[in-house]
Design a protein around this ligand. Structure first.
Ligand code: DX5
Ligand code: ZN
Length: 232
């Protein structure tokens, strides 16, 4: 499965989003990950549809909108109109998940379901075949720059088993504490969409940091390293 890099603008410079998005796109970003927080489902408040609409004007990659909000059904159409290409909702926030996921897909947008670190992978069992992707949180949602929870590697393996058993080939996205150290482990476990905020925008060169993350995560990197070692 191809590897997609999704820089999270949560750690970008909000006064220069256009500049920062252009930088990660030059670095090979495949998606732009947008974290929407409401101060209820998570303690933090971030951005809403007007900002997504503004980002849409400058981004050349699909917008991956991660809704960390209560009652996401009320806002899905607004985010679709603003230009979201992928929308994910938390299983912990949605009582009628099948209805919500179907609603997102009906609008021609790819639908994902997110599970928090304490939510078991089996929560996805009965929705698996309806999903376009799964998002595994490897930190508790709400803030950028948190430490990766090591159990997330096993969690990704478990989610992959649940999806495979259900007959779903939906890709697994992972979000939280992803950097050049953690990326190879989660990719080996089955993740193929890597979200990274701090590791990219916390760097002095987000363009290069985007490239570095892909190099660290892609298996071809390890082959290249070995070839270099042999030559040396
Ligand atoms: C956290 C957000 C993440 C966040 C990741 O609640 O969902 O997308 O930006 O940030 P890092 O990569 O810094 O952990
Ligand atoms: Zn996110």
């Amino acid at each position: 499965m191809s590897l997609l890099i999704a820089p999270s603008i949560l750690s970008a410079d909000f006064s220069a989003l256009g500049r920062d998005i252009a930088a990660v796109e030059r670095g090979g970003a495949d998606l732009i990950h947008v974290d929407v927080m409401d101060g209820h489902f998570v303690p933090n408040i971030t951005i809403g549809p007007p900002v997504v609409k503004a980002i849409k004007k400058v981004a050349t990659r699909p917008l991956d909108v991660h809704l960390m909000i209560e009652e996401p059904d009320r806002y899905i159409e607004a985010f679709v109109e603003a230009g979201a290409n992928m929308i994910s909702v938390h299983v912990e926030a949605v009582p009628h998940l099948h209805r919500t996921v179907t609603f997102i897909k009906k609008h021609g947008v790819r639908a994902g379901v997110v599970i928090n670190p304490a939510t078991p992978a089996v929560a996805l069992e009965d929705i698996a075949t309806t999903l376009d992707f799964v998002l595994v949180m490897s930190v508790n949602p709400g803030f950028g720059g948190q430490a990766f929870i090591p159990h997330s590697v096993e969690k990704v393996r478990h989610v992959r088993r649940v999806l495979d058993a259900a007959g779903s080939s939906a890709p697994i996205e992972i979000d939280g504490g992803i950097d050049t150290e953690t990326a190879p482990h989660v990719v080996a476990a089955g993740a193929s969409i890597l979200v990274a905020g701090h590791a990219i925008f916390g760097s002095s060169d987000p363009e290069q940091a985007t490239r570095a993350l892909r190099d660290a995560a892609a298996p071809s990197h390890h082959r290249a390293v070995r070839t270099t070692d042999i030559r040396a």
